[in-house]
Design a protein around this ligand. Structure first.
Ligand code: CAO
Length: 482
């Protein structure tokens, strides 16, 4: 709140042609400040509120051009999201090779894999050999015309291409250079990192799984996609700051940091351990002492409301016939009624959250006797009507077929020239004035000529010359063409 007041004051001072002075602005009399805020609300350097209907005033990131040097998953997640929001994302790929994921985990012969297509929608692809002199000329022009360069190469790779921060910033002082790396500065800064390395090094794996088993990685790509999301926020923040400063900056997201940010409740628990056992962990109700570090908590809730995963009708043959059941304190009486234990409402052993803590195992066993008589969807219907928070375990098959996710655009079917129709995850962030732009991924180099001529202004003769040089096509091809 205070920051936003200062921001208003800074803008106001600028619009008055005076240098902003936050100290003076803070000391300004209240009445005067209120008057100024009202004035800035109308002109404040912003255009008048659009009269166009919501959703027809362009896309949120329209006009932002991204030089996308990303590959595999973490970087592509970030730039795909920015493309969904309206940015023009130009993906640079190595001639003849492309992003390695184009060919990884292939399900349809000779077609780009789902690994690639689901992470690179709504982008344009240009092939450029960055180690070829003519390739570097093209990159120089791209650097001059783009707002953001996003990359997730191994540490040092961008510098080895000659694209140091100093070089880029000299060519285009407004350029934001955003990077994903495995680790931040420190002993591991030079290491290459993939998803599960980040999950392990970010503290997530040591706290995932069952106490009696080894550490476990999770299926959600919190290291790759999670860090891509962090990077996207860093980029839009830097774009916003650039409006005031006129200059770009470096944005760095280390995957270890991104995972730790998502696992912050476990660092919370690590500190709580110094003050006694973690009473909401089922190991407490089982009388098993805690060690020095946060243990694996199985399906415990991780929050203040005890919860567990319970079998539902059909669990013997359906591996996903489970419900996640939260014994939220305010609805405890409804839970007692629905499972057929009305006496637990007043029994001093069960009536209060504190009394229940050492008995959680027994309580969940009893609730499970009830859930096993119902399908997970029946439990959902019954419990939601009573305000009891529960969640069905949905398989990916169920998600793929879920009509409501299709309606909201969270799951989208797109058509691809070589692989046909496929499902992708649309924009999970819904903006009321900026509809998501979810399109298929580009073929390798599909937009090379279009970008060279329309974005960078090369003439037809220059493009023919570049083609012959081998800078945008593999050497064999260019030789054959010559
Ligand atoms: N033209 C010419 N060369 C190109 C090029 C182009 N258009 N695009 C890439 N290259 C080159 C790079 O210059 C680099 O060459 P050098 O090593 O000779 O400098 C090389 O291709 C690729 O670099 P890389 O080391 O990044 O690739 P890799 O497959 O060996 O490693 C990964 C992959 C992901 C481990 C590494 O990039 C990394 O640690 N990235 C940072 C962390 C990250 O994002 N991890 C998430 C990956 S998703 O699970």
């Amino acid at each position: 709140m205070r920051d936003s007041v200062n921001l208003e004051d800074t803008k106001m001072a600028k619009s008055n042609g005076k240098k902003a002075n936050p100290t003076k602005a803070k000391a300004a009399p209240k009445k005067k400040a209120a008057k100024v805020t009202a004035a800035t609300a109308t002109n404040n350097g912003l255009p008048k509120p659009s009269n166009k209907p919501y959703g027809q005033a362009g896309l949120a990131l329209q006009g932002v051009r991204i030089l996308d040097f990303t590959h595999v998953q973490s970087g592509p997640t970030c730039t795909q999201l920015l493309a969904y929001m309206g940015a023009d994302v130009i993906k640079v790929e190595r001639p003849g090779v492309g992003d390695i994921t184009r060919g990884q985990l292939r399900d349809v012969p000779n077609a780009d894999s789902l690994y690639f297509t689901m992470l690179n929608g709504t982008k344009r692809s240009i092939t450029i050999d960055s180690k070829h002199p003519k390739g570097m000329d093209i990159l120089n022009r791209l650097i001059k015309t783009c707002d953001v360069l996003v990359e997730n190469f191994a540490p040092g790779a961008l510098d080895r291409m000659g694209l140091t921060w100093e070089y880029i910033h000299k060519l285009n002082p407004r350029m934001i250079v955003a990077s994903v790396k495995g680790f931040g500065p420190g002993p591991y800064e030079d290491c290459k990192v993939y998803e599960n390395v980040a999950q392990c090094a970010g503290g997530a794996a040591s706290t995932t799984g069952f106490r009696e088993g080894p550490p476990l990685v999770t299926g959600a790509q919190i290291g790759d996609s999670g860090t891509g999301l962090h990077l996207a926020l860093g980029i839009v923040s830097a774009l916003y700051q650039r409006i005031r400063t006129g200059r770009g900056q470096k944005v760095l997201c280390a995957m270890q940091d991104g995972v730790l940010n998502l696992a912050r409740v476990k660092l919370r628990d690590q500190q709580r351990l110094a003050h006694g056992p973690l009473t909401e962990y089922s190991q407490y109700s089982e009388g098993i002492p805690f060690g020095k570090a946060v243990p694996r908590a199985g399906n415990d809730s991780g929050g203040g409301q005890p919860a567990w995963l319970l079998k539902c009708k059909g669990w013997e043959s359906d591996p996903d016939a489970y419900i996640y059941f939260i014994t939220q304190a305010p609805v405890w009486e409804s839970i007692c009624d629905v499972i057929g234990e009305p006496t637990w409402k007043t029994d001093p052993d069960y009536a209060t959250p504190k009394a229940r803590l050492p008995r959680l195992k027994k309580i969940f066993e009893r609730i499970e006797v009830w859930t096993m008589t119902k399908t997970k969807f029946e439990v959902m219907d019954i419990c939601n009507a009573l305000d009891i928070p529960v969640g069905p375990i949905l398989s990916m098959k169920e998600i793929a077929e879920d009509e409501s996710l299709r309606k909201t655009g969270t799951v989208v079917e797109v058509d691809h020239p070589t692989r046909g129709k496929y499902l992708t995850v649309g924009n999970p962030i819904k903006l009321s004035d900026s509809p998501a732009r979810v399109e298929r991924s580009p073929l390798l180099g599909e937009h090379t000529e279009e970008i060279l001529s329309k974005v960078l202004g090369y003439s037809a003769a220059e493009i023919a010359d570049i083609k012959k040089s081998g800078a945008i096509a593999p050497p064999e091809k260019s030789k054959a063409a010559a």
